[in-house]
Design a protein around this ligand. Structure first.
Ligand code: CP3
Length: 352
């Protein structure tokens, strides 16, 4: 079984991301971009166009590896993130998922009853995710140790939102109604998702990813107290299981809309806390000087001319100083950003 001390991990040619993520001083400031394998790259759109269905694309390990490494070659990032989606867990959980052109994810049979939640499988669903693991093996091979590979999963609250709402939602009213009116049923759903997610992340590490990130994109819809009481215990279980099995594999947590949740997210004890773009970097560092952070340039800054992007990154670097930091945007890159501007961001992080 590959583990954190396997030779493949120590042979990386560029370990600046892993060094910073583990709180060590990197040779050079590292950067990657959330959603870096995506529509802003013409080569991504070319591969994407081979598949009418987004899920069929995700299920093709050969093409997954191809787009996973594109941003390494074309943008110069210090880590690759596996091309996949947080919602790949839904079909193994019995939910019918489709990505529709203008609406995003749509679930034909969302969870609408207590019985449906009670009937969900828990435990280990990895056998049905073999195509993801094959994508990891192929991506590692294609990367040829140039940079580390990041694996990921959705936070249980975020994944539950799609399962209960049936797709993207403005208010998460159904999910929050469940949470406040039937806390035990909500906890049962979260608990099953946490177990499945922890098993999934551990298997991604066994198959070769060098770091993992949990993306709780909709956690910011919760007040800090509700996050602490109803979500945090489940996230904590995921972190504990992964870190117990793989103590030296960096764990990154990203909560979108999460500035008010920051004290709780820091208390999760992850290696790296991802900041969304709303949070002033200097304030986060002042409040939690011993925490390594990731982020957090507003994705819309990449619409600015390259020289303004460079000046902004220089400001961020002055705030970060000599502490370990993982540079990134404060949410995913937008589909109409010019790849030249993405490169300007990466180059500015790498500049002295
Ligand atoms: O970061 C990467 O480059 C790796 C790939 C990745 C994708 N989705 C590919 C994708 C990752 C890490 C995700 C995570 C994800 N997926 C999140 C959490 C991060 C975040 O952005 O907050 C969420 C909430 C999802 C769910 C999801 N997937 C939605 C709502 C949509 C539709 C909206 C959209 O952007 O089209 C997707 C589809 C999706 N996932 C695309 C990509 C590149 C676009 C679909 C396409 O190319 O046709």
């Amino acid at each position: 079984m590959a583990n954190s001390s396997s030779p493949t991990r120590t042979a990386l040619k560029n370990s600046s991301f892993l060094d910073a993520a583990l709180g060590r001083k990197p040779a050079r400031a590292p950067v990657w971009i959330m959603r870096q394998a995506g529509r802003y790259l013409a080569d991504y759109r070319r591969v994407r166009s081979l598949f009418p269905s987004f899920m069929d694309f995700c299920r093709s390990p050969e093409h997954v590896a191809e787009v996973t490494i594109q941003p390494v070659d074309q943008v110069g990032v210090d880590a690759a993130i596996l091309f996949s989606d947080i919602l790949v867990l839904l079909p193994p959980l019995g939910l019918q998922l489709e990505f529709k052109e203008s609406r995003g994810p749509v679930i034909a049979n969302p969870l609408r009853t207590d019985e449906a939640i009670a009937a969900l499988p828990g435990g280990n669903l990895n056998a049905e995710l073999e195509y993801v693991f094959e994508g990891i093996r192929r991506s590692k091979k294609a990367l040829d140790q140039r940079v580390p590979l990041i694996g990921f999963a959705g936070g249980p609250f975020t994944v539950a939102s799609y399962m209960v709402e049936g797709g993207s939602s403005k208010e998460l009213a159904r999910l929050k109604a469940l949470m406040f009116s039937k806390p035990q049923v909500f906890a049962q759903l979260m608990s099953k998702l946490s177990t499945v997610t922890a098993e999934y992340l551990c298997e991604q590490i066994r198959q070769g990813v060098d770091a993992v990130t949990l993306m709780d994109s909709w956690a910011g819809y919760l007040s800090p107290d509700d996050y602490r009481d109803q979500v945090m215990p489940h996230t904590r279980n995921i972190v504990a299981t992964v870190k117990k099995n793989f103590p030296s594999v960096p764990f990154i947590h990203y909560a979108n809309g999460g500035p008010t949740l920051l004290p709780h997210v820091v208390a999760l004890g992850v290696d790296v806390v991802g900041l969304d773009w709303r949070m002033p970097l200097a304030e986060a560092i002042r409040a939690f000087p011993n925490q390594t952070f990731q982020g957090n340039l507003d994705p819309c800054w990449l619409y600015a001319p390259p020289e303004r992007i460079a000046a902004k990154v220089k400001e961020m670097k002055a705030v970060v100083g000599s502490r370990p930091h993982v540079f990134n945007l404060g949410h995913g890159i937008l589909p109409d950003i010019s790849p030249d501007h993405a490169r300007a961001f990466v180059d500015a992080v790498h500049a002295d």
